[in-house]
Design a protein around this ligand. Sequence first.
Ligand code: SAH
Ligand code: SF4
Length: 440
Amino acid sequence: MNDYDVERMREVLARDGFDEAATADEADLIVINTCSVREKAESKVASSAGRYRELKLKRPGVVVAIGGCVAQQEGERLLKRIPVADFTFGPDQIPSLPELLGKRARDRRRFAATEVIDVEDYRFLTAEPRLGQVPVTALVTIQKGCDNHCAFCVVPATRGREVSRPWREVVDEVARFVAAGAREITLIGQNVNSYHGVGEGGGDDFAELLARVDEVPGLRRLRYTTSHPHDFTEKVADAFRDLKTLCAWLHLPVQSGSSRTLKRMVRDYTREQYLRQIDYVRSVCPDISLSTDIIVGYPGETDSDFGETLSLLEAVQYDSIYSFEYSERPDTPALKLALRDNVPSEVKAQRLQQVQTLQKGVSTERLSRWVGREVEVLVEGDSARYPGQLCGRTTGNEMVNFAGPPSLVGQLVPVRITSMRSHTLVGESAQANHRLPVLA
Ligand code: SAH
Ligand code: SF4
């Protein structure tokens, strides 16, 4: 979501005549985008802003703007905490960046622009992919905000009510990215499964949107993130079997393996329901790669609740996970429900360690299932880490490195997996030896 927002800021500012500076020292405008989902992310804001203090002393004309969810949440308070900031602006204000810059120049006063646009008036910014200048894989937003009430989560407070983007806009944007050179599209939103199409025909659900995007000529791969299990229907799962471009990859955040904790998180599903969904997805797409998000140390989480999270990780066998220690966030339902952040930090750290150690073994085991097989890799570019090698991903989102000519970038290539490193696969391209045809 944040990468997507930064890309839109870049486009809005380019339309207003801004070019990207090579370094901050040369810039006239510095925009810091922020995330407030977890406390750690939020505390980074002050330190990154602090870096520009000296620059501003040297060149007082430089404008420093702070955007994103921390800016939305903290508004004026952030201006007090970060004297180097000229103004702060929330996610809904991205299209107005040029006007905000004009206001700052004209009024010479610092301000916070945190107005949230009403659901009815919200317009999605249109991406402007340019021929040959887009990455092989691109993001397209289908929704903003969130109507759920997960007790730990600050997103509904910072990003507002959910708005679904008209399906025609989504399909057109995907087509424009593909025409400009993208081969893989990831549809993004906070809870994509609750998408409800608007526009001609109206009333369409997420499964129907997927089917429409699948038809875009030239699109090779389709992914989406993030899903909420509550709205993840069998119809959406069936798309893994029925659509030609949909990748065999699903990120389905579970947060906890304990039904008691899930209830207190206001997640609206139980451990058993979640496990049944996983079984169903695997029944329609047996080789699917799965990932999830886990929170440890949620208020009131006992050793036994935590044990259920460990046993769920064992039961599901995810390919990868993101795991976090709970951090209390302002304006979240947890505070209103008086769920106090009462798990000691040493216990949280220990639980996180246990989760990560267990998952490391599971991930390694899961990755090893590819060794010796031939997989289809969408080549994304040169490997940053292994000079002379290309890098790309399997349909399951596993990273693969292999030797091959740069002409393979953007193509789907058959690759035989010969070995693995800790998180990535190593292969040999049959194409590089001119033995097998390129698939696309
Ligand atoms: N909309 C997405 C992602 C929300 S934020 C979803 O519903 O899955 C991404 C992840 O951050 C969450 O899935 C959760 O695991 C984590 N997270 C959110 N709030 C948190 C908090 N207060 N403390 C710790 N982790 C949190
Ligand atoms: Fe937050 Fe829950 Fe909405 Fe995800 S679905 S953004 S965790 S409230």
